[in-house]
Write a protein that binds this ligand. Structure first.
Ligand code: NAX
Length: 318
């Protein structure tokens, strides 16, 4: 059992960080482990970051260790055991996808270089900022001394959304469901699959699978339209679930994490692809590579893989 962990949160003055930090410091991610906190954001958010630190102090969390804030990843990534990448360039009105990809590729290039220079060789990374899969891939490219399995991106929010919708549709408790899988990109091409899923140990079908898939693919936009703002506490909650299960392991079900592909299921090696994952504890996992896929599923995997190949090409043209 760890006595203390050093955790950096990037985009720490942003919305998801504001919901995630309390989960981390109240012991909901690592249990009763002391947390040294590193908060990174851009220089213009320096005052806002100070405000976040004041609120952390005012919570009087017993688990808080030391806190450092700043805008230089080379200072803040030092000695970190885990880095949660929430910081990114937002999509502004009129901005093309290509521009967004390249802006973020630049940020993740710089942060990857910082990791390579000052990072611990066993640091674990969770990329949340969009385009999450491709940002994760770029990060790993520039931090070659860190093992590739230490890089993950978040598709747990999509997984949680899929579980919730299936539970509501079948009118069954959430904990009776297992092995719903998110394949591919955290985008509208993702493939939320019930092909290997069970309810109370039995496989099942949905009344309208097409509608289910589309609902999960577009859930982010559905929340945005209703709230006038993107998903925040559900995203923070998913970051908590992702790290907690990756750290502790999970025996009872397959999980979905974006990880660097070694060619499993014919996906281009090197892409950051959301796969069925078995979390083994102590931040170890394996990609479950031997599930039988229907032709329908194979075709869905191709679509999302092609989008990731395209994103990779755009990001590389920086
Ligand atoms: P916010 O815009 O509230 O916060 C982002 C923060 O990042 C800001 O404080 C900004 O100043 C900071 N930032 C920008 N450039 C930076 C840099 N180079 N270094 C450090 N910090 C930097 O966004 P928020 O709602 O918190 O969302 C964070 C990210 O999560 C966004 O990219 C968003 O698209 C992504 N999401 C990903 C999800 C997923 O499932 N993978 C779901 C939720 C969310 O949409």
């Amino acid at each position: 059992v760890q006595q203390s962990l050093t955790v950096c949160v990037t985009g720490a003055a942003g919305q998801i960080a504001y919901s995630f930090i309390p989960l981390l410091l109240s012991g909901q991610v690592f249990g009763q482990v002391k947390i040294n906190l590193r908060l990174l954001d851009i220089p213009k958010m320096e005052t806002a970051l100070k405000g976040v630190v004041m609120e952390i102090e005012d919570c009087a969390y017993p688990l808080i260790g030391d806190i450092q804030t700043g805008s230089n990843p080379k200072e803040l990534f030092k000695n970190c055991d885990l880095i949660v990448f929430l910081g990114g360039f937002p999509r502004l009105p009129g901005m093309e996808r290509k521009d967004l990809l390249q802006k973020n590729a630049n940020i993740f290039k710089e942060q990857g270089e910082a990791l390579q220079e000052v990072g611990k060789e066993d640091v674990k990374c969770v990329v949340v900022a969009n385009p999450a899969n491709t940002n994760c891939l770029i990060l790993s490219r520039y931090a070659t001394k860190i093992p590739r399995q230490n890089f993950t991106c978040l598709t747990r929010l999509d997984q949680n959304r899929a579980y919730a919708q299936v539970a509501l549709t079948l009118n069954k408790p959430l904990n009776s469901l297992k092995n719903i899988i998110i394949w591919g990109n955290h985008s509208t091409t993702q493939y939320p699959s019930i092909e290997h899923a069970t309810v109370e140990g039995q496989s099942f079908v949905l009344p309208d699978q097409g509608q289910f898939i589309e609902r999960i693919q577009k859930r982010g936009a559905e929340v945005l339209n209703a709230r006038g703002n993107s998903s925040v506490f559900s995203a923070a909650n998913a970051v908590k679930d992702h790290i907690k299960d990756w750290y502790n392991g999970r025996e009872d079900t397959l999980l979905s994490l974006g990880v660097l592909s070694n060619g499993e299921y014919g996906v281009q090696s090197g892409l950051c692809f959301s796969y069925p994952i078995r979390c083994l504890g102590a931040f170890k996992y394996e990609i479950v590579g031997n599930l039988q896929l229907s032709d329908f599923s194979k075709q869905k995997l191709k679509v999302t893989e092609e989008e990731l190949i395209q994103e990779q090409g755009l990001a590389e043209s920086i």
